[in-house]
Write a protein that binds this ligand. Sequence first.
Ligand code: HEC
Length: 199
Amino acid sequence: MRGLFMAQLLVAAALVLPLGSGCRGETVSSPPVLPLRNMHSQQRYDAQERSEFFLDGRTMRPPPPHTLAREVDPELTLSEGRVNDDSGYVLTIPEEVAEHFGDAGAVLSRGKERYEIYCRVCHDGTGAGSGTAVKRGMAQPPSLYEERLLRMPDGQLFATISNGIRNMPAYEHSIPVYDRWAIVSYVRALQVSQPGAGE
Ligand code: HEC
């Protein structure tokens, strides 16, 4: 009796299996057969789609004003180069930077190293603005000895590195925050290294 049952099972399997696997690898245009739909098809919005539900008609909801991403440091001084009430740029490099690297000399040597890696290719070793990339067709950056850049607050220089400006790309994602400040310190050193260069 048991043997007969097993034989019947085998025959049934032999008949049914090809049904399930017969279409593998073929392209079909009809939607897949889903006996239990569960959560396979649900109502949803596409990105940027118009919404009838929200008053402003936007599907993608803007975050409430002044929302910060979890990984963003609410201390604007260090993370954005802004004074904490966001009313302007900080004038000097925050003290935490020297503490982080040990002393001002360590900040400078780290800054030099990072400048050589990230900025030199366009701004060249002296900061005059004719790096290799520029010789090969990249837009020409201004000389770092320009009067305007000599007077620029440290925080604005930091923000320029972070966010980029016009033709210059942003480096927020490739250079960690303390390294960006170290580069600011090195740019300042470059600027005073050639007195009169900006006149
Ligand atoms: C890919 C080339 C490139 C690299 C790399 C680059 N820059 Fe620039 N930078 C530019 C260009 C081009 C401009 C001019 C932007 C414009 O005005 O269109 C510029 C402008 C600037 C300015 C002037 C901003 C102003 O207000 O006019 C500063 C300061 C500066 N860069 C600093 C840096 C520092 C520091 C680094 C390294 C972290 C760096 N740049 C890396 C191309 C580059």
